[in-house]
Design a protein around this ligand. Structure first.
Ligand code: FAD
Length: 401
């Protein structure tokens, strides 16, 4: 069903974190009639300058929130995903997306600029249609601790000492979640030893060069497989920009600082000996190039303590090698809203337990699949790599989403 659901309940939920997970949850909960406040540490809400893919599982959630017109206006749809060999660009696999996903999953596989998707969610939370109660969004509000003295009224406490008492507190505060720490949950983060360069390339520069024009199709998403590194690229904003994610072994600087900025030379130089067209493509990057340390959270099914729950990267941070981190957060949001929307305030504890039992196993499987992909994508040339490529060839025409 694509129309917004009917409001059924009325009690308060406070969400710490206004990222893609937090805002999807805010919107879904508001549509169930709950009174929702989002506390965000940043002075201004927004997202990094990069692309994002939503496979049918996440597109279905977003469309279920009644966002089709807004998403139609900002998405780019790939018809398929091609897998290429690092040295010469030869095709080792093709996965149908486009119409295949709509036919088989009844939901699309779409790409966006993250800022566009985040804005759609934020605007809908602020409800420009005037059709329902708005979500209260407080920026510049950094939560430093929680107070569960009264377990039925947990409070988020900010760095200025302000308290936000609520019926349900949700930690959607990302991979280094403060709420998770405040609950005393174990530190399950693992460094992968890898980092991701993120860059954007103007589509017209790609089109102007015959070498890259041949390689980059507006309707195709691409993954290059190579020894100890891989590369993903796809168009966003209808071909205006090519989004590039380049995964390589981490530099010491990125390992220590989590993020760094990088130069075009560094990015293009990270693929020595690769197909020349890859290097030509990367040399065309413009604007800020960032490098991010790649972390994974070990599977951990404890997401709830009383009337406080975690969502998104706070409970299941994963490597982006399945393009599913935000998508799993969106699934969390939909299930959380279904469960909380079905009870009165007296039933929220049981509802939160049902939320975890419906979500933790699946999110954990995706976390582990993304971790396994690290070795699968980065095999050195040899018998295992040839076996993998054969397997990918046999997979042609089917989608793994
Ligand atoms: P975040 O996006 O981290 O948001 C957390 C928010 O909480 C932030 O706004 C932060 O400022 C705020 N916050 C933090 N601490 C506090 C505090 N103490 N008080 C108040 N506010 C606070 N996923 C996909 O589904 N598809 C993809 O194609 C994809 N590609 C990716 C590519 C790369 C290179 C990477 C690194 C990740 C990718 N992901 C993808 C994963 C995805 O980006 C994350 O899983 C997702 O953004 C997590 O959303 P979140 O809302 O849980 O956390």
């Amino acid at each position: 069903m694509e129309d917004s659901v009917t409001a059924t309940q009325s009690y308060s939920v406070t969400i710490v974190g206004g990222g893609l997970g937090g805002l999807t949850a805010a919107l879904a909960l508001r549509q169930r009639g709950l009174s929702v406040t989002v506390l965000e540490q940043a002075a201004e809400l927004g997202e990094v300058g990069a692309g994002i893919q939503t496979a049918p599982n996440a597109s279905r959630v977003l469309l279920g929130l009644g966002l089709r017109p807004q998403l139609e206006a900002i998405h780019t749809e790939p018809l398929d995903q091609v897998r290429r060999r690092w040295q010469d660009g030869s095709v080792i696999g093709l996965t149908a997306l486009g119409d295949f996903c709509k036919r088989h999953y009844n939901a699309p596989y779409w790409h966006y600029h993250r800022a566009d998707l985040h804005k759609v969610l934020l605007d809908s939370c602020l409800d420009p249609t005037g059709a329902g109660p708005v979500v209260e969004v407080r920026t510049g509000t950094r939560v430093v601790s929680i107070d569960q003295t009264d377990p039925a009224r947990p409070a988020a406490v900010t760095q200025t000492g302000e308290r936000f008492e609520t019926d349900v507190l949700v930690g959607a505060d990302g991979i280094r979640s403060r709420i998770r720490d405040a609950l005393g949950m174990p530190d399950t983060l693992l460094f992968s030893g890898e980092m991701a360069y993120r860059a954007l390339i103007p589509g017209d520069k790609i089109a102007a060069d015959p070498a890259t024009r041949w390689l980059v199709d507006r309707f195709q998403s691409t993954i290059w497989y190579g020894p100890d590194r891989h590369l993903v690229h796809y168009m966003i904003r209808g071909g205006e920009l090519l989004n590039v994610v380049a995964i390589v072994p981490a530099s010491r600087e990125v390992e220590e600082n989590w993020t760094a900025t990088a130069t075009v030379d560094e990015l293009a130089g990270a693929f020595p000996g690769w197909d020349d067209r890859v290097v030509s493509m990367l040399e065309k990057a413009e604007g800020e190039i960032s490098a991010w340390a790649m972390y994974h959270r070990r599977r951990d099914p404890v997401w709830v303590d009383g009337q406080v729950a975690l969502l998104g990267d706070a409970c299941h941070a994963m490597l982006p090698y399945q393009a599913q981190g935000a998508s799993q957060a969106m699934e969390d949001a939909a299930v959380l809203a279904e469960e909380l929307g079905a009870v009165t305030v007296d039933g929220v504890r049981e509802a939160l337990m049902r939320y975890v039992s419906r979500r933790a196993k699946h999110a954990g499987m995706v976390q582990e699949a993304a971790w396994r992909n690290m070795a699968f994508y980065h095999l050195p040339d040899g018998p295992e790599q040839r076996e993998r490529d054969e397997k990918l060839k046999r997979f042609n025409g089917e989608s793994d989403v």
